[in-house]
Ligand binder design. Structure first.
Ligand code: MG
Length: 436
């Protein structure tokens, strides 16, 4: 039987275990209707799209060329952005691995799922993973890589709607490969994981090319420590970390070539993002771009991640979207794109498919400016709320006191306005309590 990893799990992020942020994102009330653009993208009658979700581990907002990094070369991901849409304000619901992934897979705040923080426990039995809904709709569902949402055989992805799973569930310990829900004797080292995962994903895609498929590729890179393959080691001006990201970028190129060779690249939505922000200097080499904070923090640097989507059949090339969105939105969005029905339960994100395809340029909501409210979750529950231009944070590792920032004039969260605007602090705290 597959072994448990409680000690390993505790070792994955020892610093984060002691963090104390809290909270969640939400759109508990139905959002007002979106604002339509004049000329929506013509819809090709190609049937439901294939969906490939690529998740990097601990990649920061500033780690890609298309997000301003001048040292690390990422031509394949940059091409994905120029051929599709790049989101500048994509949030994860929590700034560390397991709760972020729990939210991604369930569409719900981590605190509702059974995995509120690291080290992870397991998803509640009544949680519904996105693969279950897509599978019921007729999708072939595959996953490779870092699951991180449970450690024993019955917690593996194949028991949460995935037809196929191969990878290291913990992400980091290459001695513990699993196929399905059983250990395998695989000897792939960390330097080859991204390639192996991509190869296995392409095998699954090839085997299911004649039906809709959902492929979730959860890489272990560029999570520290880094082990780039020999043919990438020493190449990047961004050091070993840059080598690793450039290697990961190359696998995206391999994937896109595979999709094109199969004739699938037009009606396949390929979406790339990260589970949380990076480890930044002096502790690590990652970049959060212009933002403050890092992995573990609910400051922008910890929760704002790269987000790139390409789907030529429906997404016009070269768009850049600054509207706030959350990885919690992907569940209802994928459900809508697949033509499936959203299970009747509370979801904390919302369908943003029309924003994705460019049919609207804004998503209405109950925020201060009539737009989205994006909340953040930490070790002890709700941690903060973005509403319009304002970002309110409860005390946490990032600050010993309440803070309030105007992200429009101060995206780097340098000037705390909580004393000048106690009215907003009260309003946002009240709203955060309503949402979670
Ligand atoms: Mg992570």
């Amino acid at each position: 039987m597959f072994r448990c990893h409680p000690l390993l799990a505790a070792a994955i992020l020892p610093i984060a275990v002691s963090l104390a942020c809290g909270g969640g994102t939400s759109s508990k009330a139905a959002a007002p209707s979106s604002i339509a653009l004049a000329s929506p993208t013509p819809a090709a009658n190609l049937g439901p799209p294939n969906i490939v979700l690529i998740l990097a581990d601990d990649m920061g907002w500033g780690d890609l060329g298309s997000y301003g990094n001048t040292l690390i070369k990422t031509p394949n991901l940059d091409r994905l952005a120029t051929e599709g849409v790049r989101f500048t304000t994509l949030y994860v619901p929590a700034p560390i691995c397991a709760p972020s992934r729990a939210g991604l897979m369930t569409g719900r705040f981590p605190g509702r799922t059974g995995i509120p923080w690291n080290p992870p426990d397991r998803l509640h039995d009544d949680e519904i993973v996105i693969a279950e809904v897509l599978k019921a709709r007729g999708y072939a569902t595959g996953m490779v890589g870092k699951w991180h949402l449970g450690w024993v055989a019955e917690d593996m992805p194949i028991h949460h709607g995935f037809d196929y799973y191969y990878g290291v569930p913990t992400g980091e310990d290459e001695a513990d490969f699993v196929l399905g829900d059983q250990p395998t004797r695989d000897t792939v080292g960390p330097d080859q994981l991204a390639r192996r995962y991509t190869q296995e994903a392409l095998k699954f895609i090839t085997a299911n090319k004649d039906r809709p498929f959902f492929m979730y590729i959860a890489h272990r890179d560029p999570h520290l420590p880094n082990s780039p393959a020999a043919d990438f080691a020493g190449r990047s001006a961004g050091g070993t970390y840059g080598d690793t990201i450039e290697m990961l970028d190359a696998t995206v190129g391999d994937l896109m070539k595979g999709l094109k060779d199969l004739g699938l690249d037009q009606n396949t939505l390929v979406l790339f993002t990260s589970d949380n922000g990076p480890v930044i200097p002096p502790k690590g080499p990652g970049s959060a771009g212009p933002f403050s904070g890092a992995k573990g923090s609910c400051e922008e640097g910890g929760v704002r991640v790269p987000g790139i989507a390409r789907w030529p059949a429906r997404i016009r090339a070269g768009r850049v979207v600054s509207e706030p969105v959350s990885t919690l939105d992907l569940f209802p969005t994928f459900v809508a794109l697949a033509g499936a029905a959203l299970p009747s339960r509370h979801y904390d994100g919302q369908d943003v498919s029309k924003l994705l395809t460019g049919e609207v340029d804004r998503i209405g909501g109950l925020g201060i400016d009539g737009g989205r409210e994006i909340a953040f979750f930490g070790q002890s529950g709700a941690a903060g709320l973005r509403s319009g231009r304002w970002k309110y944070l409860r005390p946490g590792l990032w600050s010993g006191s309440i803070t309030l920032f105007d992200l429009e004039t101060d995206p780097g969260e340098q000037r705390d306005l909580s004393r000048e605007r106690p009215d907003l602090v009260r309003q946002l705290e009240d709203r955060l309590q309503e949402l979670l």
